[in-house]
Design a protein around this ligand. Structure first.
Ligand SMILES: Nc1ncnc2c1ncn2[C@@H]1O[C@H](COP(=O)(O)OP(=O)(O)OP(=O)(O)O)[C@@H](O)[C@H]1O
Ligand SMILES: [Mg+2]
Length: 332
């Protein structure tokens, strides 16, 4: 029996951990989530934040885990980009999620992701840390890959930034020491970081610097907008929303706006009316809590849906027909 009085538990699972309740990441499994929250799963409702592109098979596996291992009473799923917009009180926008293992550009119109225009790249925050480690090793620091990635990740989060103008930043780094700073690793090693601070995150916008074949964040955003129906493009250019921990580098929104503006202007010579307007307004929303937007949108939604019993897929429906239950949960 569902316990309708108790708030639903929200689960936002990413490659770097699970955000749930106040635990805000760090949990490795659903068991540890319920433990951290100090609540039993049995009889609870679960709101699962679903990555776009989840297959029917993956969805079924997740439901099996929820209903059969954790014995929750009901489940609701909503797509991460849609939840990101909910957190900001929006229904339309281009959601750019930079996670640990990749970046995704999801055009959302009136609360629905345009599936044909969704774009992604398998380059994310982990690659920035790997790039920083490589750059430091090339500078002569004796850092082994396994032991150092976590330590270098902390340095990345604290000191790295995105150059708004890469050439100008490189020139500044060659000619001055204004950007040079030191960082002490947990083992006492002291690192001197200069140009590495902006060269490492550059991989998000230019994956070629690591020999990776991927378009880069601005191109990804632009490709997604251009793949959307022509009537929607203006609204998407005007409301690009950054989300995910990998978007927290200072300079990220300014760089994105600048590069997308350049890409849009480059269309002008080639194509028609819509592209012809060099005056297209390009805006990037980058709220400070953007790492948690998915979770925040889901928590708000769980609240709103507290009394809407029929919208949730129940354990009984799952027991009767798992395939139908999974289909009712999914949005693709
Ligand atoms: N202040 C910061 N500056 C830069 N990067 C950061 C910062 N804080 C966290 N990150 C990075 O954000 C990434 C994790 O982001 P997020 O939690 O959105 O990913 P995830 O949802 O677990 O992964 P995915 O979406 O790929 O499954 C990590 O690479 C982490 O190092
Ligand atoms: Mg994520």
């Amino acid at each position: 029996m569902a316990d309708l009085d108790k708030p639903a538990v929200v689960i936002d699972q990413g490659a770097s951990g699970i955000r749930a309740g106040r635990s805000q990441g760090g949990c490795e499994s659903w068991h540890s989530v319920f433990q951290a929250l100090g609540v039993g799963a049995e009889g609870r409702r679960l709101l699962i934040c679903e990555p776009f592109g989840t297959s029917a098979h993956q969805r079924k596996e997740r439901l099996e885990l929820a209903f059969e291992e954790h014995r929750v009473s009901a489940v609701f799923m909503q797509l991460q980009p849609v939840l990101t917009l909910y957190a900001l009180g929006l229904l339309t926008g281009l959601v750019l999620d930079c996670g640990e293992m990749g970046c995704r550009a999801a055009p959302v119109i009136d609360g629905y992701v345009l599936p044909h225009a969704f774009k992604s790249q398998a380059v994310g925050g982990r690659h920035v840390a790997a790039r920083l480690l490589d750059l430091l090793r090339r500078r002569g620091y004796a850092l082994s890959r396994d032991t150092s990635l976590a330590a270098v990740t902390a340095a990345k989060e604290k000191l790295c930034y995105l150059a708004v103008d890469r050439e100008a930043e490189a020139k500044l780094a060659r000619e001055t020491t204004v950007g040079v700073t030191t960082y002490t690793l947990p083992d006492g090693h002291r690192l001197r970081l200069g140009a590495e601070r902006f060269m490492a995150p550059e991989v998000l916008f230019d994956p070629q610097v690591m020999g990776l074949e991927a378009p880069g964040l601005a191109q990804l955003a632009h490709d997604a907008i251009q793949a959307a129906d022509i009537d929607c493009r203006r609204a998407l250019y005007q409301r690009m929303v950054l989300a995910g921990g990998g978007s927290l580098f200072p300079g990220c929104s300014a760089r994105l706006a600048k590069d997308v503006r350049t890409l849009h202007a480059s269309l002008a010579g080639v194509t028609s009316a819509e592209a012809g307007s060099k005056k297209m307004k390009i805006n990037v929303d980058a709220v400070p809590r953007r790492k948690h937007l998915v979770f925040m949108g889901a928590a708000a939604l769980a609240d709103i849906m507290q009394d809407q019993g029929d919208a949730w897929v129940s354990a009984r429906e799952w027991a009767e027909d798992p395939t139908r239950a999974a289909a009712r949960c999914g949005s693709n």
